[in-house]
Design a protein around this ligand. Sequence first.
Ligand SMILES: [Zn+2]
Length: 156
Amino acid sequence: MPALVTTPEEIERLLRAGHSDLAVHRATGAARSTVARHRKRLGLPGYRMNADSPSCRHGHPFPENRAFQANGWMYCLGCSRERSRRAPGYRAVEPDEMAIERAVAGDPPERLTPRERAAAVRKLSERGLSAEEIAEHVRCSPRNVYYLRSTFRRAA
Ligand SMILES: [Zn+2]
């Protein structure tokens, strides 16, 4: 790694721009304790957010955007929404028509994507099969078929 030239001014500029200690450390190569010392000197608040913060560190207001994972960790709903929208190169997998046809014929491949399964269930229910019959064709549980049917009704 090439030696990084770090000036206190550069660290100050990055801290004032709202970067975390870790981000400044990575960008400048300065030790995290050094970065923390500069933050303290500048009187800038720490990077952490908690339930009492008025917003997340990216500015999404709390409590509208405050959410909790099942394990109790808090996260920002606004941030996670943006992340999922902006995820680079994200593309839903195109359903494989062959796999759907096989599932409809009662010989599904090892793995069906949720979309493929839904498409197969839709085709079979249009033919008037019962949920149990469809479940056997597609190799999923009847409950899954009931659920998927209810989503079709909602979409229609
Ligand atoms: Zn946020």
